[in-house]
Design a protein. Structure first.
Length: 168
């Protein structure tokens, strides 16, 4: 009888729920990559969803224009075109390769608008890549620098030629 009463008043349990995520500083310290990225593509693989992000800003890790991250779709379903703050690590568990990046399960990875409070604890990003709203494209900087260099060389050559012509 007691068992029947207990079953009537039981509460639903979420088998896939997570504990409270770690503090931003702790997650920063234990992650291999931390970046703001825009979802460009999503594929289902044998190991789970693999999401291609265009990196917009990066705080930790190697900067690539785009990067593939495995994401557990039990707790995060990234939408194409949306931006996210991603905490990822190289994890070798359950037969996964060391060079595969996985978003930290039960971590602080979230949509950019709800997660950008974390970045105030990180300081400025190590790099802003092209495509950011408030950053300057590295390609634009290289192009402008090259044009400036050519203009300076041309002015130098013309003034040197003019001085040489005046001396004869």
């Amino acid at each position: 009888m007691l068992l029947v009463v207990a079953m009537m008043y039981s509460f639903p349990a979420d088998a896939l729920s997570c504990a409270e995520p770690p503090a931003a500083k702790e997650e920063f310290d234990t992650s291999s990559y931390i970046f703001r990225g825009k979802v460009m593509d999503k594929k289902q693989t044998d190991q789970g969803p693999k999401v291609t992000f265009r990196i917009l800003e990066i705080w930790k890790g190697t900067a690539y224009p785009e990067i593939d991250i495995f994401v557990s779709d039990m707790w995060l379903v990234p939408d194409k075109g949306k931006q996210y703050l991603i905490y990822a690590s190289n994890r070798n568990y359950a037969g996964k390769k060391d060079d595969e990046l996985w978003a930290n399960i039960c971590g602080r990875t979230a949509e950019w608008d709800s997660a950008n409070g974390d970045i105030h604890q990180f300081g400025k990003p190590g790099m802003r890549l092209s495509g950011t709203e408030d950053g300057i494209s590295p390609l634009w900087i290289i192009s402008a620098g090259s044009v400036l260099f050519l203009v300076i060389c041309l002015i130098y050559m013309l003034t040197k030629k003019r001085k040489k012509g005046d001396s004869h």
